[in-house]
Design a binder for this molecule. Structure first.
Ligand code: PLP
Length: 386
C-alpha cells in the first residue's frame, strides 16, 4: 500500500537546499537580522508579483490581519463582516481589537463569503469587511469592491490561502484597502517558520501600517500610536525571496493534480462536481475552480449523506492523509459564544463543517500517489471496502 501524506514539504525544500544554505550563511555573516535592504528587496518582489504598490513583510498572517485592521482604525464598537466558515484568525484578529464580527454565511459551491447574506447583515456600525479567498479560490474581486464601495466599508482581503490566485487576471491582495497573506509552511508560498505579508495601494495607509509594525514608532523612540512588534525576520525574507520565483510552478503543479482528480473521477458513479444542480445522489462532490486560475491551497471535497467521517476513516485506513478544514464554524466556537451577530443565518457554514474533507494536492504528489487517492475515492463512492 502506498502512503500519501496530506502534505510533504521535503521534496520542495530539498530542491533549493544549496541556495537556502548560501542565503542563510549570508544573513549569518551579515550580522543583520531585523529590517533593512534584504527585507525591502523581498517586499519589492512581492509587490511586483502581486501587482500592488506596497508590500510589507510581517511576523505572521494573523498579524497581517491585525495590523491591517489597526491601520484602518478598527476599534471597540465597530463591526466587521466576515465569513463564518474560515480559519480562526480571520475572526480572532477582529475580536482582539474589541470589534464585533458579523457572521456572514458562505456560498456552498465556492466556500467563499455570500454577498447576498452580507447585504442582509450590514448595519450602521459596520466599518469593514474581511472576505477570505478560502482554499486558494479567489472571490469575485469586482463584486467585493462594488459591495464595499456601495456600503462605504473598508475592504481587507484575507488571502492567507491564496498567494498567487487571480480573478480575471487580477491578483488577490490587490483589490482592497489591504491584503494579508501568510507564509505558514503549509501555504502555497510556505516559509520556514511564521511570517506573512500586508499589501496596500494607498500610500497613507501603507505608511500607517509601516509605523504600527514597529510599535507605532516614528522617528526612533517617538511614539504617536500604540502598535506592536509585527516585524518579519530577515532570515525568512531571504529564504522566501529565493522561493517566490518558483511559486507559479508550484501552483501549476497543484492545478495539474486538481485536473487529474477531475479527469479521473468525474465519470465515476457517485461523484459529481460541486456546482449548482449537482446530482443529489452523488456521495462525493469535487471542488470547482470558478476563477479558472485557481492555485488550490486545498482540494476540498463535500461528502454528502452524512458520510464524511466514514470517508476520512476509509482514507486513513489506506494511509492517505486527509483533514477537515474546518470542523466548527466560527460562530460555534466556544470563545465566540455570544460574540458578534448574524449566527442564526449561517446554515451553509454549518453544513460545510459537517461535509468537507481535504485530500492531498501538494505540488510534488507522485503519479502513483495521486492515482492511489483517486482509486480510493472511486472505491468509497462505489461502496467497496477499505
Ligand atoms: C484564512 C486564514 N487566515 C489567517 C491565517 C493566519 O495565518 P498565520 O498562521 O500565518 O498566522 C490563516 C493560516 O492558517 C488562514 O488560513
Amino acid at each position: 500500500m502506498i502512503t500519501v501524506p496530506l502534505l510533504d514539504l521535503g521534496p520542495q525544500n530539498r530542491s533549493l537546499e544549496s541556495q537556502y544554505e548560501k542565503a542563510f550563511k549570508e544573513v549569518l555573516h551579515s550580522n543583520a537580522f531585523i529590517m533593512g535592504p534584504r527585507l525591502e528587496a523581498f517586499e519589492k518582489s512581492c509587490a511586483e508579483f502581486l501587482g500592488v504598490k506596497h508590500a510589507l513583510g510581517v511576523s505572521s498572517g494573523t498579524d497581517a490581519l491585525l495590523l491591517a485592521l489597526m491601520a484602518l482604525g478598527i476599534k471597540q464598537g465597530d463591526e466587521v463582516l466576515l465569513p463564518a466558515f474560515t480559519f480562526f484568525a480571520t475572526a480572532g484578529s477582529v475580536v482582539r481589537l474589541g470589534a464585533e464580527p458579523v457572521w456572514v454565511d458562505v456560498d456552498p459551491h465556492t466556500f467563499n463569503i455570500d454577498l447576498a447574506d452580507a447585504a442582509r447583515k450590514v448595519g450602521p456600525k459596520t466599518k469593514a469587511m474581511m472576505p477570505v479567498h478560502l482554499f486558494g479560490q479567489s472571490c469575485d474581486l469586482q463584486a467585493l469592491r462594488t459591495f464595499a464601495e456601495a456600503h462605504r466599508l473598508f475592504l481587507i482581503e484575507d488571502a492567507a490561502q491564496s498567494m498567487g490566485a487571480r480573478w480575471q487576471g487580477q491578483s488577490t491582495m490587490s483589490a482592497g484597502h489591504f491584503g494579508a497573506t501568510s507564509f505558514f509552511p503549509s501555504k502555497n508560498l510556505g516559509g520556514f517558520g511564521d511570517s506573512g505579508l500586508v499589501t496596500a495601494n494607498d500610500d497613507a495607509l501603507a505608511e500607517q501600517a509601516k509605523i504600527l509594525r514597529v510599535h507605532g514608532m516614528q522617528p526612533k523612540y517617538y511614539h504617536r500610536f500604540v502598535g506592536a512588534n509585527f516585524r518579519m525576520d530577515l532570515l525568512q525574507a531571504a529564504l522566501l525571496h529565493l522561493k517566490l520565483p518558483h511559486l507559479p510552478t508550484y501552483n501549476c503543479a497543484r492545478a495539474g493534480n486538481a485536473k487529474f482528480y477531475h479527469e479521473t473521477l468525474l465519470n465515476q458513479p457517485g461523484v459529481a462536481l460541486n456546482q449548482p444542480g449537482a446530482d443529489a445522489q452523488a456521495k462525493i462532490l469535487l471542488p470547482v475552480d470558478f476563477s479558472k486560475q485557481g492555485i488550490w491551497n486545498q482540494f476540498t471535497l463535500r461528502v454528502l449523506h452524512g458520510q464524511r467521517d466514514a470517508l476520512k476513516a476509509f482514507l486513513t485506513q489506506r494511509k492517505i492523509g486527509c483533514e477537515v478544514y474546518y470542523p466548527v464554524p466560527l460562530h460555534r466556537q466556544e470563545c465566540f459564544k455570544g460574540v458578534g451577530r448574524g449566527s442564526e443565518q449561517a446554515k451553509v457554514a454549518e453544513q460545510l463543517a459537517a461535509e468537507v474533507l481535504s485530500i492531498p494536492i501538494f505540488p510534488e504528489l507522485s503519479e502513483a500517489q495521486r492515482q492511489w487517492v483517486a482509486t480510493s475515492l472511486q472505491d468509497f463512492a462505489a461502496g467497496r471496502p477499505a
